[in-house]
Design a protein around this ligand. Structure first.
Ligand SMILES: Cc1cc2nc3c(=O)[nH]c(=O)nc-3n(C[C@H](O)[C@H](O)[C@H](O)COP(=O)(O)OP(=O)(O)OC[C@H]3O[C@@H](n4cnc5c(N)ncnc54)[C@H](O)[C@@H]3O)c2cc1C
Ligand SMILES: NC(=O)c1ccc[n+]([C@@H]2O[C@H](COP(=O)([O-])OP(=O)(O)OC[C@H]3O[C@@H](n4cnc5c(N)ncnc54)[C@H](OP(=O)(O)O)[C@@H]3O)[C@@H](O)[C@H]2O)c1
Length: 261
């Protein structure tokens, strides 16, 4: 008998962050489901009116939980016209969710040399991949400083604030530079202390370096970009001009990117 390529797991908890737009979902973790922070799973849904049907729609989702944490957690947008996410948003505890046995992805910190500053730059749900890295103690051990930059449309979309602020408090002492810098940047509302600008604008005009007090020098910084593909393309081009490059054979590089669509 051929082994099935996926398992049926159970939804344990659903949290709505922004009604109709953002939610997170906790799901039982399959046996032998091993991954690195930043990797993603393929989640499957069966037609909603038939509980015994096989999954027919599959989408990629970064894990939010750390590699050694259970259950699995995913953070999702709801795209009203999408085939998958509106169905995902209807799930309740006890409902099935299918998970491919294979994990995927190369947005992992082990592709960089250790040391220096790790920049984790995301728009929207691109934050998911970084939460998993931050939920893994090895990430904190590998770098001297971590800077998380999260660009969203509105303040209410700044999910996981409690965890992020706790990490900020725990990891920072009075000494400078701060070990963990968390920069939350809404673009369609103002938030005191941060400019209401896209991340790409802040890279281009030098504001990101000023706000974090960290020069974007390719010698001591490693940068990840995750989320909106246009942001990734534009930020990548700006960083290329500063000397950042994705690793190639035999060279670990100082830039890593992942597009969410
Ligand atoms: C490697 C990888 C990891 C991913 N991880 C996540 C994750 O952790 N959380 C998550 O919500 N999504 C993630 N996605 C996107 C996810 O796979 C689905 O595309 C998304 O959930 C929407 O599915 P859908 O069928 O409803 O719409 P789709 O038909 O898949 O997408 C329709 C349109 O919606 C927009 N869109 C899709 N995904 C997003 C998004 N995340 N944010 C804003 N707009 C979007 C795009 O314009 C896209 O063309 C990831 C994608 C990839 C490739
Ligand atoms: N269910 C609902 O009611 C509802 C409501 C709204 C949206 N949605 C869904 O959510 C999706 C959008 O999700 P999202 O807001 O997380 O993603 P997004 O549109 O990618 O916006 C996230 C952040 O990225 C910024 N950004 C966008 N393009 C950029 C670029 N080229 N360069 C740099 N920064 C850029 C945005 O700035 P700007 O603000 O300047 O664009 C914003 O700060 C829509 O496609 C829609 O499907 C659902």
């Amino acid at each position: 008998m051929t082994e099935q390529k996926y398992t049926r797991q159970e939804v344990l908890q659903v949290q709505e962050w922004v009604p109709g737009k953002l939610l997170s979902i906790k799901v039982s973790r399959p046996d032998n489901f091993n991954f690195k922070g930043g990797q993603f799973a393929r989640l499957g849904l069966a037609p909603s009116n038939d509980p015994n049907a096989e999954p027919t729609v599959w989408r990629a989702y970064s894990m939010v939980n750390g590699p050694n944490q259970s259950p699995l957690e995913f953070y999702s947008i709801v795209v009203p016209e999408g085939e998958f996410s509106p169905q995902l948003a209807k799930l309740k505890p006890g409902d099935p969710l299918y998970i491919d046995n294979t994990v995927f992805g190369f947005l992992t910190v082990d592709r960089f040399e250790t040391g220096g500053t790790l920049w984790l730059i995301a728009t929207g749900t691109g934050l998911s991949a970084y939460l998993s890295m931050l939920n893994d103690p090895t990430t904190w051990e590998a770098f001297d400083q971590i800077i998380l930059v999260h660009g969203v449309r509105t303040k209410e979309e700044l999910a996981y604030q409690d965890e992020l602020r706790q990490w900020e408090e725990k990891s920072n002492t009075a000494s400078l530079p701060a070990r963990f810098v968390y920069l939350a940047i809404p673009t369609r509302e103002s938030l005191p202390g941060v400019p209401q600008e896209r991340i790409t604008t802040l890279i281009e005009n030098g504001e990101l370096e000023r706000l974090t007090q960290c020069p974007l020098s390719p010698d001591s910084n490693k940068i990840m970009l995750c989320g909106n593909p246009e942001m990734v393309t534009d930020a990548r081009a700006l960083l290329k001009k500063k000397g950042f490059a994705v690793g190639r054979r035999g060279n670990s590089g100082n830039l890593a990117v992942e597009n969410y669509w």
